[in-house]
Design a protein around this ligand. Structure first.
Ligand SMILES: Cc1cc2nc3c(=O)[nH]c(=O)nc-3n(C[C@H](O)[C@H](O)[C@H](O)COP(=O)(O)O)c2cc1C
Length: 192
């Protein structure tokens, strides 16, 4: 018997995306976004939901572009800071000492010290109550060699991404490898 907890944004886990954007003045900014996720594969797309009060909202609306940077757990403090300080008031790159680099693919900066970056062009926006959802087409993925497998694909263990727990408002690390997708469930095929 389940308890009814009411209406909450309780999907587990949510990501920790650090979204990079440029202002009209060309100043780089970045914010922490937990309300987001992959929402398409051909073309590859990612959705992020941002309140209109954020500096990043103005930037992304103006430029039609953003980056999604995946921080490793080593950068938990910087990632959190990007979610508690606003580019309306401070220069977050100056404060953290992290490096904003112009993406070669879109008019948005990526974060040099974070291992993986998705360069995105806005293809849809949708009002969702307090948030506006931006759907970005991922035009390129930029990765540090240190987070790749021998086959050249991102490795979750090397990336060591942060996860956000929306119930405790806390960060967790990823857990252990459990099994191969599109495979471990095969024993149920032809049984139903
Ligand atoms: C873990 C975490 C997740 C967050 N997720 C979101 C989010 O999904 N959407 C949003 O609008 N704000 C979110 N925030 C708040 C913004 O990151 C925060 O208001 C930030 O200061 C906005 O920066 P900006 O004004 O420079 O764009 C989150 C903050 C934290 C710490």
């Amino acid at each position: 018997m389940k308890q009814d907890l009411g209406a909450h944004a309780f999907a587990f886990p949510t990501p920790v995306y650090i979204v990079g954007s440029y202002g009209k003045d060309g100043k780089p900014n970045a914010m922490n976004v937990a309300w987001g996720g992959i929402c398409g594969s051909e073309p590859p797309c990612v959705a992020i939901s941002i309140r209109k009060s954020r500096r990043s909202y103005d930037n992304i609306t103006e430029k039609g572009a953003f980056t999604v940077n995946i921080p490793s757990k080593a950068h938990i403090k910087e990632a959190d800071y990007f979610g508690i300080a606003s580019g309306h008031k401070v220069d977050k790159f100056a404060a953290t000492g992290l490096t904003a680099v112009k993406s070669p693919h879109v008019d948005a900066p990526y974060i040099e010290e974070f291992p993986l970056c998705l360069a995105c062009k806005v293809i849809h926006t949708m009002e969702l109550g307090q948030h506006v959802q931006f759907v970005g087409e991922i035009v390129s993925v930029m990765a540090d060699a240190s987070c790749l497998t021998a086959g050249g694909l991102p490795d979750i263990e090397k990336l060591a991404p942060l996860l956000f727990d929306p119930a405790k408002s806390a960060y967790n690390a990823t857990g252990e490898y459990l099994g191969k997708a599109f495979s471990v469930g095969k024993e149920f095929l032809n049984k139903g």
